[in-house]
Design a protein around this ligand. Structure first.
Ligand SMILES: Cc1ncc(COP(=O)(O)O)c(C=O)c1O
Ligand SMILES: *[C@@H]1O[C@H](CO)[C@@H](O)[C@H](O)[C@H]1NC(C)=O
Ligand SMILES: *[C@@H]1O[C@H](CO)[C@@H](O)[C@H](O)[C@H]1NC(C)=O
Length: 442
């Protein structure tokens, strides 16, 4: 009983702290409002980047654990797993949003294989299509006019669908699939997973010198290193797939709406709803779009309607929160919140790395972001660390020695002196990582 009472009081504390924080945010925004006219924007137009140090956001870390988080149940050093890009840091925002994204699906609804509407993608829920177009307008990160939307079970399924759709169907040899190293570690595995006769992984785009058709994957901002990317092979017969999973205001300045032949996005990295498994592709060519739909038909006969409806609601709230930021419903927009959180995480990381002198990080130049209407830095979803020491050849093992699990450079087609570290974990794990990183230095 005493235990339960203790847990309950901790919960009350958490709720209280959330409520207080929201009121602090409100006060902050209202004060800003006095000096601004027009609709409240997430970051007020003209605000200097240095002033973007942000609003207090709800913190779970104080209430989440009663014991020391840095030790495991046997009193040993706890393992910190930052190997995957699991976007759990966003839970904080969605908890604070309460029931705004709650949906109820009656038992008789969404039973059919088919969706209403006469979309080329016959299993696409019209409401999801509407909210995708709306959110791209709000974020300013993609042209949707003249595009077919194809929904997938994550952008992972769309990647396979795109390879299927773009590979020549009548060729005797599989088409080469390339991407500039360091590239997303799943590309080679997914491309060759079923040893397809249609396509085969051909490695680093910079090394590709064959005089034959190819598919180039352009990931921008890039996973793992966060840089803006452009195609590099640039030869006739080249086909491009743009994976823009991270082209959202919290990670990188939005320079212009993307306008490519085939572009993929996902809720996993935009809103953090990786478990909903919804991604979408914007496809110019109708025949390519049809083939992608065919692939998904053969693969999973469509995409979960329940998930699509949930994703539509989440995207709707993200757009609402931007358009009504500072109002009573939305004290803080989703992008404003997540941008502030990423800024703070990168500040802590750069500080720890600088103090240690053992590692280096990529350097990014500030650029104008049309969403925040401001000159802003880049704060990728992963940090790409290099172990600088001459005695450290395998950076992944070095980190494992400190009970930090990260992904080594060889998975991304480069030297094992590099590792990729997820920046999107829960606050408690992230803080523990920074704490441990600082200890390595001393
Ligand atoms: C560049 C890139 N593309 C695609 C994905 C997969 O996303 P989804 O969860 O939509 O399948 C990831 C996930 O880490 C990614 O980093
Ligand atoms: C509000 O957020 C800050 C920063 O995350 C946190 O330290 C604090 O405990 C939270 N609660 C209150 C009541 O300020
Ligand atoms: C390839 O083309 C793109 C788009 O036109 C351009 O931005 C890029 O600089 C080119 N790359 C090289 C290596 O020439």
């Amino acid at each position: 009983m005493a235990g339960i009472a203790h847990v309950v009081s901790l919960r009350h504390l958490l709720v209280l702290s959330l409520a207080l924080n929201v009121s602090l945010i409100l006060r902050d925004i209202n004060q800003n409002e006095k000096h601004q006219s027009g609709a409240p924007m997430a970051v007020h137009k003209g605000t200097k980047a240095s002033q973007l140090r942000f609003l207090s956001f709800p913190s779970e870390s104080a209430a989440a654990h009663e014991t020391n988080p840095s030790v495991d149940e046997h009193g040993g050093q706890r393992v910190i797993n930052l190997d995957h890009g699991d976007p759990t840091m966003y839970e904080q925002y969605w908890k604070a949003m309460g029931d705004k994204t709650t949906i109820v699906i009656p038992g008789w609804q969404s039973m059919s294989y088919f969706s209403a509407g006469k979309n080329l993608c016959w299993f696409l829920e019209p409401e999801l299509a509407t909210q995708i177009v709306r959110l791209h307008k709000v974020a300013g990160n993609a042209v949707t006019e003249g595009r077919h939307i194809v929904v997938g079970t994550g952008s992972s399924q769309l990647f396979l669908a795109a390879l299927y759709a773009l590979s020549p169907q009548d060729s005797s040899n599989p088409i080469s699939v390339v991407s500039t190293a360091p590239y997303y570690s799943s590309y080679p595995l997914m491309t060759d997973c079923v040893k397809s006769g249609l396509h085969k992984w051909a490695g680093d785009a910079k090394q590709f010198d064959k005089d034959e058709p190819y598919i180039e994957l352009v990931t921008s901002p890039n996973n793992p290193d966060g840089f803006i990317r452009h195609s590099v092979v640039n030869r006739t017969g080249g086909i491009l797939i743009h994976d823009l999973a991270y082209y959202w205001p919290q990670y990188t300045p939005i320079s212009a709406p993307s306008d490519y032949d085939l572009t993929m996005f996902t809720v996993s990295k935009s809103t953090g709803h990786a478990g909903t498994r919804i991604g979408w592709a914007l496809v110019k060519d109708v025949e390519v779009a049809k083939r992608m739909v065919k692939f998904i038909e053969l693969n999973t006969i469509g995409v979960s309607k329940d998930s699509q409806l949930r994703a539509a609601k989440v995207l709707e709230v993200v757009s609402d929160s931007s358009e009504q930021a500072g109002g009573s419903e939305y004290p803080e927009s989703f992008f404003h919140f997540s941008h502030a959180l990423m800024t703070e995480r990168w500040r802590l990381l750069r500080e720890a790395v600088k103090d240690s002198g053992l590692f280096s990080l990529p350097k990014f130049s500030p650029a104008h972001c049309s969403f925040f209407d401001n000159n802003l830095g880049t704060q990728p979803a992963f940090s790409w660390l290099r172990c600088d020491g001459d005695d450290v050849d395998d950076c992944e093992s070095f980190f494992r020695g400190h009970k930090i699990l990260v992904r080594g450079g060889k998975h991304f087609g480069v030297s094992p002196k590099y590792v990729r570290v997820s920046m999107l974990d829960r606050e408690e794990t992230y803080n523990l990582f920074i704490e441990r990183l600082s200890q390595i230095s001393s």
